[in-house]
Design a protein around this ligand. Structure first.
Ligand SMILES: [Zn+2]
Length: 79
């Protein structure tokens, strides 16, 4: 049995406002990619995209659908 010693940081569901805790994913912690986390809200079940904000030591959340729309919009702006 392994104990998860990774630090946990607060997140708030963007859809229902439920506060929860999330650990930095392997990608976020080891590869320095703060914009690639995801989690499922324990309250409303929304699949959330997490962005770790080091200044706040917290995660910002948005629904995965919003995230995909935003990425598409950003790609459209740069081309
Ligand atoms: Zn929720």
């Amino acid at each position: 049995m392994t104990i998860d010693k990774r630090p946990r940081y607060p997140m708030t569901c963007s859809q229902c406002g439920k506060a929860a805790w999330a650990t930095l994913s392997v990608f976020q912690e080891d590869f320095g990619m703060p914009d690639c986390g995801h989690a499922t809200c324990p309250a409303c079940g929304t699949f959330l995209h997490l962005t770790f904000v080091p200044e706040k030591k917290a995660f910002e959340t948005e629904s995965w659908d919003d995230y995909l729309k935003r990425i598409c919009d950003e790609n459209r702006d740069t081309t």
